[in-house]
Ligand binder design. Sequence first.
Ligand code: TYD
Length: 230
Amino acid sequence: MTAPTARPRHRGTGHGGVFLAFEGGEGCGKSTQVPLLAGWLRGRGHRVRTTFEPGDGVLGQAIRAIVLDPANTELSDRAEALLYAADRAQHVTTTIAPALAAGQIVITDRYVDSSLAYQSAGRGLPFAEIAHISAWATEGLVPDLTVVFDVPVEIALARVRGRAAVDRLEAESQAFHERVRQCFRSLAAADPTRYLVLDATASRGSLAAQIAGAVEALLGTEQVDSGVSP
Ligand code: TYD
């Protein structure tokens, strides 16, 4: 693990707060860790907003229903990419940016890297184009720290396919999910100070401790408004 170091925050927006993104393939366990980290941070006096993509808010829910419904077999790859980008634009404008501006710590379950991994590496759309529409949708808002939950695809898919309903993306081939996994790993490798890659086969407690350690190191370099008067 590489400890995050001091860096410009929220490149492109420059407002307060701290922005954390959890990323990874299907069944990687990231969604379990979001409330654990939020609880740990709140216990230390921080104000925290947890959120997710796709599907935050009423409009997000409508987009989520379209992109995840396995019945939507006719949805084109480009339309899919734009729907995720539209969801993200709405999410940043209505939830993430206001919370950051209010000095909160925002933890999002998935963000731009999911579009790079699924729509570019997975679907085969050009990486630079997905990066461009993502940057446009978010007005360049980049997380301070992205945690990648890395897990072998066969283990992850066995977890997911044991569940009752499989969504449109989960139903993709193992090769698709291998490309998604490799994309998350290479995004992290290209910017090691901004990423924490975790072996997501580790225990829940071990993962929580590693994330808390990285976030603590990050907060040591940041001035966060705890919401508690001195
Ligand atoms: P979801 O039910 O939220 O589950 P999880 O995050 O636990 O996998 O599923 C979201 C699905 O949408 C998931 O298969 C990844 C996919 N996705 C994309 O393809 N592109 C994106 O930009 C985002 C945010 C998600």
